[in-house]
Write a new protein. Sequence first.
Length: 425
Amino acid sequence: MTPSTPGTPGPPPQPPATPPKPTWDPFQPGRSHPWLRPTIRIRLTLLYGGMFLIAGMVLLAIIYLLAAQALKDGSHLPFQIIGVRDQTTDAVCSLPSRADGGELTPQELTAAVQQCMENQRQVALEALLNHSLLALLGLAVAAFAFGYVMAGRVLSPLERITRTAQRVAGSDLHRRIELDGPDDELKELADTFDQMLDRLDRAFTAQQRFVANASHELRTPLAINRTLLEVQLSDPGASPELVQLGKTLLATNERSEQLVEGLLLLARSENEIVDRKPVDLAEVASQAVEQARGEAQERGVELRGVRQPAYVQGSGVLLERVALNLVQNAVRYNVPRDGWVSVDTRAQPGQAVLVVENTGPVVPAYEVDNLFEPFRRLRTERTGSDRGVGLGLSIVRSVVRAHGGAVAARPREEGGLVVRVTLPV
């Protein structure tokens, strides 16, 4: 650093150097000695290696014992030599006799003994082979049984994770695996799954809280507006223009209330139904038909159909909303005159079926799937329609899925739709 001369301004002070960014993240847990970690791969390697080692030792011991027994049995001579005559003690071999009845020479006696010993060794080897095959068969059965038991013990954490996932699929987000044991891959998977369930549980709890708050915050001002409009319309001194404006605002307010109710019901019906009770699908459909009968008479639509008893396990209120939405849509989207709506229920093996068929405008086949999306209608009625808010079929699909069922629609050649709801019994 060079000193500055008097009267001459020195260089501007330099800002202090930025400290280096730490490379260690305190939020990332460090893992010490990863090679010493009892991973599932190491455990399986030791398990299978030990099983093969034990099986080899057992098989070697069995073969050794069988070979020793075979050699012991084969070391006994199958005959006794008394001079040059033989007295056989076994049927394995016998000494030859000369035609003239004389004594055997030493060469002939040696050849006969060699032949008898060869026959005895052949019998011993065949016995060893037979006993070895039986021992191998028994060892294979024991090895498969032991392997099946050990595989069950190794896979038991995965079965526990699977059972927890199945319970979570039933909307029981409070379940946790909480797997104990060594810090291996399975425990890491279980801990990660528990963390994911914690986040999902918090998200669904926040969603339910939001739905409850939105229900209160949206319904209250709409109810106040409806009350004020009804009070204003009841004033006998109101001008015709004010009455017409009040009726328009009241219709708009009613439409907003329907929209809010539909959105809240759609949010509640996304989860699977936990509290299930026996529900007669025919009774639910009949209630929906009776509720829509007044509107059908105003529009000149005939309601008909055969409703046979069909019991399912579910929520009667939500299933009634499914039937009511289908019947109302079938009544509202119908022909101007001589229209009809058929509502049928029947029971089939393992399932209950609700079919709603109606006359109406011709629906292109490529537009059918779009009708089940929120706020989607036919292209000619996307806006400015007074027949609903565009959530009826979306609510139907959500409620049916929550009950484990399926809904499908197909257009009729003459116009209208055939909507088929299938629910498991």
